[in-house]
Design a protein around this ligand. Structure first.
Ligand code: CA
Ligand code: CA
Ligand code: CA
Length: 153
């Protein structure tokens, strides 16, 4: 935000009073590929990548890394489940690599062949580079398969 007496910043602004202008520096996506220009310039030095490529070859597209907040030039920087721990009372905790401030949803299914995923109640906002979610629904005897999803802001 800034104030200016300039008469050439907005059309027909001839009254001589100062006006308040808002300039948006971030979140500009001039090539409409879903990735902010600032981020593309910082990571790749140009806007030439369209998001479908996988610069670092970690299996996650540049666009998906932008959304996840991971580093598209580092193949160890990806969203992934890290470990699952189960206690004897049947409660299970899923840990994953996270980016602070991003929101995640953990889902599970009882068999790999099941068609549908079920969401554990509640999303969570990561406070650190590792996030964890407790699953009280997992009975000690059953299998649960997990996935961690990024929730769009
Ligand atoms: Ca862009
Ligand atoms: Ca990648
Ligand atoms: Ca990466």
């Amino acid at each position: 935000m800034f104030e200016s007496f300039a008469s050439d910043l907005a059309a027909k602004d001839f009254n001589g009073f100062k006006d308040v202008f808002m300039l948006r520096l971030g979140d500009v996506d001039s090539d409409n590929d879903g990735m902010d220009d600032d981020w593309e310039m910082t990571c790749f030095g140009s806007l030439s990548r369209d998001g479908t490529g996988d610069f670092d070859g970690d299996g996650v597209s540049d666009l998906a890394e932008f959304k996840a907040g991971t580093n598209p030039k580092n193949d160890s920087s990806i969203l992934r489940a890290l470990t699952v721990t189960s206690l004897s009372d049947g409660s299970t905790t899923v840990y994953w690599s996270a980016v602070p401030g991003k929101t995640y949803q953990v889902q599970y299914k009882n068999s790999v062949s099941d068609a549908n995923w079920f969401s554990l109640p509640g999303t969570m906002i990561a406070a650190d580079y590792t996030a964890a979610k407790l699953d009280n629904t997992a009975a000690a005897s059953s299998n649960h398969f997990y996935r961690v999803m990024l929730v769009a802001p």
